[in-house]
Design a binder for this molecule. Structure first.
Ligand SMILES: *Cc1c(COP(=O)(O)O)cnc(C)c1O
Length: 416
């Protein structure tokens, strides 16, 4: 074990040195995004008056309404709906889809098979109660071609009945690259050339602040995401957001509450300070998570595991997948990450059936906020090729410590 420790320590130092250039580039992005958030908060004169809880109908809740405006400006939207009443990212996405789509409409996913939990929302291949399919919304999809959007086939698939196109920015549980905003520019152009009235929706989960621009600047009409991922900065206790064109955001609001009430009701159930402060630190926290991902790729490629993306590849999300090849290693890796967590370090993760997921999932999440994947977390569906998906990290230092430990555990095994 001591030789393994020494070897891994050497590889850790090498990995940190090899990542230096990327770390610097990531810091520049964080600098630009912090400047943007700061300017927007100053413009809206954020003050202690916005940091409160409210109750009842919460008409004219100043903290809530100003937070909507701050998010809208930061994300480049006409309007945003930021709510702790969204129970998760999936809920925010579903509110946008159900709000915009009507029976007889068609929705086309142009980045292949959508993220696991969205499959039940769509009624993808197993019937789910209350799915879009049950409401008579038709679904079609254009697979990726070599991991990239297939622009020619997107133009063919989008027709007069296509009300909305879905784009997933992040890799999700797959090894394809995340889309960059430059990729999204091309997708939007292809969609609009086929049907100028078709709205482009981007599932922005894990993408926020990884670049200096967000998908709305790339031509998307509406985006949604989770507050216990990137834009909550690890401080938001729950929630999600929808942002984009005002008419479309209003439709999502009519679905979250009801027609007529929209975004004008909804108490601030947690101290709004947590949401403002979370957004303020989010660019920095995302930068730490990105550096952790680069470090993971550098370290585990030195141990001869395949990594997605490769260490030096450009990133459009905070996820780092590692090809561990066997279920045993998958479980060991997740347990090692859990052991090095600040919370529940004594718990041993087991694969289990999670709501919305087709395969058993193993999840290491020793997090302060339950399931928050902007905190260091590792999870994997128990299915070949047994890739683990690693993301988050409130501090880069913690990620380095935890991954070095995971590498030691996996290598000790090989030595047996
Ligand atoms: C996390 C995620 C979602 C939403 O998941 P929740 O767990 O419901 O917040 C949707 N799409 C992608 C790509 C995601 O990563």
């Amino acid at each position: 074990m001591t030789t393994i420790k020494r070897d891994i320590n050497k590889l850790k130092e090498e990995a940190l040195a090899a990542g230096a250039e990327q770390f610097a580039a990531i810091d520049r992005t964080a600098q630009a995004n912090t400047a943007k958030v700061l300017r927007v908060m100053q413009k809206h004169r954020v003050s202690a008056a916005h940091f409160n809880v409210s109750c009842g109908y919460a008409y004219d809740d100043l903290g809530r309404d100003t937070l909507d405006k701050v998010f809208a400006d930061v994300l480049g939207a006409e309007k945003a709906l930021v709510r702790t009443q969204f129970v998760s990212g999936t809920h925010a996405i579903a509110a946008a889809l159900f709000g915009i789509l009507r029976p007889g409409d068609e929705v086309v996913s142009v980045t292949g098979k959508p993220y696991d939990t969205l499959q039940t929302v769509l009624g993808y291949d197993h019937p789910a109660l209350g799915s879009l399919k049950e409401f008579g919304v038709n679904y079609d999809e254009v697979p990726l071609s070599d991991g990239k959007p297939d622009l020619a086939n997107i133009k063919n698939a989008v027709g007069a009945k296509t009300k909305l196109v879905m784009v997933q920015r992040s890799r999700g549980y797959s090894t394809r690259a995340a889309l960059t905003c430059a990729d999204i520019v091309d997708v939007c152009a292809a969609v609009k050339s086929a049907n100028p009235d078709c709205a482009v929706f981007v599932d922005n989960c894990y993408g926020e602040f990884t670049e200096e621009v967000e998908p709305l600047a790339a031509g998307a009409d509406i985006i949604a995401g989770s507050l216990i991922k990137n834009p909550g900065g690890g401080i938001a206790p729950t929630g999600g957001y929808v942002a984009g064109r005002a008419d479309l955001t209003d439709l999502a609001a009519a679905r979250l509450t009801c027609p007529g009430l929209g975004g004008e009701l909804g108490a601030s159930l947690c101290d709004n300070r947590l949401l403002y402060q979370g957004l303020f630190v989010a660019p920095h926290v995302v930068a730490g998570a990105l550096k952790g991902a680069v470090f993971a790729a550098e370290l585990f490629s030195r141990l001869n595991f395949e990594t997605f993306p490769k260490p030096q590849e450009k990133r459009g999300d905070i996820i780092q997948a590692l090809g561990l090849k066997t279920p045993e290693r998958l479980i060991k890796f997740c347990r090692a990450v859990q052991e090095m967590s600040p919370v529940d370090s004594f718990a041993a993760p087991e694969p289990w059936d999670m709501p919305g997921y087709a395969d058993k999932i193993i999840m290491a999440a020793g997090t302060f906020v339950q399931g928050a994947s902007i905190e260091l977390s590792a999870d994997a569906p128990l299915r070949p090729p047994y890739n683990v998906y690693l993301q988050g990290g409130l501090t880069f230092e913690h990620t380095v410590i935890a991954l070095t430990h995971a590498a030691e555990v996996l290598m000790a095994d090989t030595a047996d």
